[in-house]
Structure formats: C-alpha cells, structure tokens
Design a protein around this ligand. Structure first.
Ligand code: ZN
Length: 126
C-alpha cells in the first residue's frame, strides 16, 4: 500500500488537466471529425477522458469517513461516480465521492487523497 496525504488545492494541476481535456476536444473536432466523422470524434474524446481518469486514479485515493481507512478505486469506478465538493471548517474546500469502503463496507463521503510521492514502508498517514 502507498502512503496518502491530504490533497491540497492545486491550481496548476487543475489548469493542466483542463488544458489537456480542451486539447483533446479541439483535436477531435478539428482533425478527427472532418476526416472520420462524429462517431470517431466522440470516441476519441471519451477515450482521452478515460486515459486521463486512469492516470488520476493511480495518483489519488479516498479516505473513508467512517473508519478512516484509505483505499484506491479502479478507473471504472472513478469514471462513473460523480465528484462532489465539500467545505472544511476553515472555509477551504475538498473533493469527495460517495463510495463504499472496502474495509467497513459502509457508503460514506470518501475524501479525495493524493498519493505521497515518497515510497513509504506501507504505512498510512492518519
Ligand atoms: Zn470504512
């Protein structure tokens, strides 16, 4: 298991993601759609989004609100579950999804966590 740290607001990361997705859409409309048609353009956008979500999935995890257990979700789950925004007591915002915890099997507002880059000995930060 990897280490988890609370995910801070990362404006550069958010901008980069938006630009990536925008580039995928522009490429699909400007290059793929005139040559291959709308179907392939949409398929390309969905494919790009899928690759993007799978990249994000490897770098993030979620913390169960019931037992504090950290866990990762497969790309398929991440892709089809909507994200929500919650507000901390200090006025900052955090991202969460309603997920079923693999540890206590309860559905909770699982808070988005970022995987720590340092390779830990398998301990989770509490
Ligand atoms: Zn739990």
């Amino acid at each position: 298991m990897a280490r988890f740290i609370p995910r801070q607001t990362d404006w550069w990361g958010t901008t980069w993601k938006l630009l990536f997705f925008l580039a995928v859409i522009v490429f699909a409309i400007a290059v793929i759609e005139p040559r291959r048609g709308v179907f392939w353009a949409i398929l390309f956008i969905v494919g790009g989004l899928w690759v993007f979500v799978s990249l994000v999935s490897t770098k993030t995890g979620y913390r169960c609100a019931h037992c504090g257990h950290n866990f990762q979700v497969p790309t398929t789950v991440n892709f089809f579950t909507p994200s929500h925004m919650g507000k901390n007591d200090d006025g900052t915002f955090y991202s969460y999804k309603k997920l079923t915890c693999p540890h206590c099997h309860k559905v909770s507002k699982a808070r988005l966590m970022k995987l720590s880059k340092s390779k830990g000995a398998g301990k989770l930060l509490k």
